[in-house]
Design a protein around this ligand. Sequence first.
Ligand code: SF4
Ligand code: SF4
Length: 488
Amino acid sequence: MSHNAASPENKAAPASDAVKTVDWQDFRDHIATADQSGQRKWIYPRKVRGRFFRWRTWFSWLLLLVMFAGPFVTINGNPLLLLNIVERKFVVLGQIFWPQDMILFAIALLVCAVSIVVFTTAFGRLWCGWACPQTVMMEMVFRQIEFAIEGDAPRQRELNREPWTAEKAFKKLLKHGIFFTLSFIVGNVLLCYLIGWRELWQIITDPPARHLVGLAFMVGFALLFYGIFARFREQACTFICPYGRLQSLLVDDNTVLVAYDHKRGEKRGPLRHVQTFGQRRFAGLGDCVACNQCVAVCPTGIDIRNGAQMECVQCTACIDACDAVMDKVGNPRGLIRYASLNGIERHQRLQFTPRMAGYSVVLAALAAVLGFMLCLRSDVEATILRAPGSLFQQMPDGRFSNLYTVRLLNKTSHDMPVELKLERPPGTLQVMGVDTIVVASQKASQNSVLIELDPSVLHPGTTPLVIDVYSNGKKLEALKTAFIGPRN
Ligand code: SF4
Ligand code: SF4
């Protein structure tokens, strides 16, 4: 594998010079999950136990509860989260966002993105290790099932090398059966977030021929998640996830990461039985006893002692593994811990750097714009257009009339009575064909509206009009248009 840039010099170089030979001793020159022939190296992380694993387990169960219960939770009759791309309908925390709210939605996404940038600059990939659905499902659900069925890493290795026996076949069938069932459930939960659980239920209960596309998505998502959790695994984080790729841009020497204290740990060397730590120091050795337990538990197959790496998902497994070793050898915990490079080298606490200040200003500005737009956002989207092909008319009493079409979109989850009032100039407004306009929940209505004005209030040619939109006595919006009249 080469990291050569395709510079003009490189292009001009002879083929033999253009390809850099991989230095297999340099961890930055190759990935941990491929061997020298380019084949995938299957990672068998060992079981890990410790305080961080315990905290992550509790937190993961909470997240899983939220994730699986989310589609069934409603706020004001709307789902907690719905991202219906096909119908272009988005619901966040019970608030419906229509295509007309796209700018608002885009700013909300920007606020999320900049928040992630600020958070990552301060705390690195904390999200990946603790809250990313991929890590939570892979490490806390699928990996634990694998441990329960096939045993710890050495036993899994052995099992995969063994010839096929009834026991091996049973274990593999059981594991992959459970994996596929879980993947099917996860795929359906995702579908619930995309189309809503009622629609999904309809797909399940209706005759299959009526929902072929829906059924194809159900099977497709199940296969996709099965492929990810059974085979693709850590590669989703190291190859695919764009957030992981951004790390090198976002983290710096002040970012708090899962880090190995090289000042305390180096120089590494195995612990001899008769040796005290004082004697180790005298011999030029550090606290790392070179047991490799931190590497053995790593789900991405890296050695954290090499320093911060893009592949590290900050899962804390190496902290727990190393703490257990330190407990055994009678040394203080924390040889691997949450720390910044400056924290390790200069004992500096978390700094509020100019970079973080800059990101925070951008975030505050975007949040202010979002807050302002949310305050201005109306429950009803109203538009007014002159009825196509209509001109002004003079009534028998001498007044002039214009005909308009008013389109109302009810963004709420309840039916809304709407009243239109002519604000200025003085005149009459009549909604044609109905006594009261009632716009059904999440639906649009269109009404013809006749406006009559006295010649005394008309300007030559066009007169500005303001029509207020009310619901239950509350003014929601003011529509502006023009009234066409005689030029003189
Ligand atoms: S677990 Fe700790 S002591 Fe063992 S190799 Fe890793 S850093 Fe060194
Ligand atoms: S280096 Fe440590 S924190 Fe990073 S992925 Fe490996 S085990 Fe997890």
